[in-house]
Ligand binder design. Structure first.
Ligand code: SF4
Length: 150
C-alpha cells in the first residue's frame, strides 16, 4: 500500500448528505461523530466540501428532487471514492417506498459500495461501514458490495 492509499485508509474524509429520511439515521450519524462513539479516533474527518472527500455517506433515500443533488455531490468527489448508504431508507427507500415522489434507494442514482442496515442504523454499524469504505478507497479490500450484518 503506497502512502496516498495509507492516508485514505488511516484518515478518510467524508461528506454527508441527508436525502428523504425521517432524520433518524442522520442523528445517529452525527452521534457517531460525538465523543461517545468517536468516529474521529479513526482519523475520519467530516468535510463540508465534496471536492475534499473520499467517502460519501448517505442517509435517506433518493427522490425526484434530491437525485440531482446526490448525483452532483457524487461527481464532485475525486476518485477513488466510495459511497456508504446508511439505514434502510438509503438502501431501499424504507418506509417511504410507496410515496409518489420517491425514486428508491441511493443506488437508483449513484453506485453504492457499502450498505449499513438498520432503522435507525446504530452508530457502531455506521462506523464499521465507513471503515469498510475506507478500505475500498485505499484499494486494500477491493471488489464487490458490502452488506453489514445486523
Ligand atoms: S431508516 Fe428508519 S431511522 Fe433511518 S431515515 Fe429511514 S425511517 Fe428514519
Amino acid at each position: 500500500m503506497n502512502l496516498v492509499s495509507l492516508a485514505r485508509r488511516r484518515s478518510p474524509w467524508i461528506v454527508h448528505y441527508n436525502g428523504s429520511s425521517c432524520n433518524g439515521c442522520a442523528i445517529e450519524f452525527f452521534a457517531a461523530l460525538t465523543p461517545v462513539y468517536d468516529l474521529e479516533r479513526f482519523g475520519v474527518v467530516n468535510m463540508g466540501n465534496p471536492k475534499h472527500a473520499d467517502i460519501m455517506v448517505l442517509t435517506g433515500g433518493a427522490n425526484y428532487r434530491s437525485a440531482r443533488v446526490i448525483r452532483n455531490l457524487y461527481h464532485q468527489i475525486p476518485d477513488p471514492k466510495a459511497v456508504v448508504a446508511v439505514g434502510v431508507c438509503a438502501g431501499s427507500s424504507g418506509i417511504f417506498h410507496d410515496c409518489y415522489y420517491m425514486l428508491g434507494g441511493a443506488d437508483q442514482v449513484i453506485p453504492v459500495d457499502v450498505y449499513v442496515p438498520g432503522c435507525a442504523a446504530r452508530p457502531e454499524a455506521i462506523i464499521e461501514g465507513i471503515l469498510l469504505a475506507a478500505d475500498l478507497t485505499a484499494g486494500s479490500d477491493a471488489g464487490g458490495k458490502r452488506h453489514l450484518k445486523r
